[in-house]
Ligand binder design. Sequence first.
Ligand code: P1T
Length: 385
Amino acid sequence: MDYKKLKIATKAILIGSQPDELTGSVIPPIYQTSTFAQTSPGEHKGYEYTRSHNPTRTRLESCLASLENATFSMVTSSGMSACSLILQSLPHGSKILCGDDVYGGTYRLLNTIYNDRFEIKHINTTDIESVKIELNSFKPDLVWIESPTNPMLQISDIKAICNSAHIVGAKVVVDNTFMSPYFQNPLDLGADMVMHSLTKYINGHSDVLGGAIMLNDSAQYEKLWYLQNSIGPSQSPFDSWLVLRGVKTLSVRMKAHEENAIKIADFLIKHPNVEKVIYPGLESHPQHKLAKSQMNGFGGMLSLYIKGGLSESSKFLKQLSLFTLAESLGGVESLIEHPAIMTHASVPVKERNELGITDNFIRISVGIEDIDDLKADLKQALDAI
Ligand code: P1T
């Protein structure tokens, strides 16, 4: 069997989850150990110490590499540690061209932790012509994009950006957290590295923190592994096991998230207290056509502007009973949040306002509960504003 030809639903269930060779256990064991016995110094079965490698994490890594059609995958303790390891792998003085709309934590990492090591420039990457101009004038070493972005859900042309970046010798990293490998595979579009917060859709149950980097370049993989082993943000065996369990249902979950998100977007657009809905699946989305051609679906994230300001937003959020007011996304349960105060509070107010992250802006991670219940809850909360 050529495992590379399997469809994603099959890969998510089978790759890395083959029965335990020793006992036949259908579900792989959790190698809950920090260290491994050696028969003589330096002689062992491929595992020495869990910070370096662990068999449960190896299983998850092989599954995740297959989902992104990658040769290598490295699982880390969080999405932020995955971002950080990629940045650590760059020489001091490198130039980074980053999308202007990224997760607040990514913005904070770049602009408060790595700002004295790198030259960082943020631009809107939805316009390929301005990306080309920056590539030629700024001459970055690395381009960092989210597509769709968090939280404005803007879509950038990944293939075109990669082609143009490679001409000037820049590598491209795509944070694919919002789409998951089910809806988008950036390496197939030319990206050099893909990263994920496993905390979100890949695990899917809001009970684990994790990150992953998928790539094809063995030298870069060795560099990242060396950094992980030296710095230490390796995921625990138990958390790797939970993600290995969660990822098995990625396909069914993603389909259900999208089905509900489309219906919620349609419902919200028509509500008189909603000013605007942003969802890549809507024809009104400025990059809807690009989304259709580059992704296999539109995902489960949507954002909206309600009519009013902070007081109306707060009233709406407090009034909801099925949507939990919380940071994070990608779990089976519906979450809702206020980016200006919550996930993107570390983005300076000027930049936030320019992006449109205002007090009446709200982000929803649509869960997979019954759609009628979700719509009824949104309706009563919107009606109450
Ligand atoms: O939370 P962590 O696993 O460290 O992942 C960070 C991260 C990286 N990239 C994207 C696109 C993300 O959305 C996140 C985390 N985001 C949230 C917690 C949030 O509510 O948006």
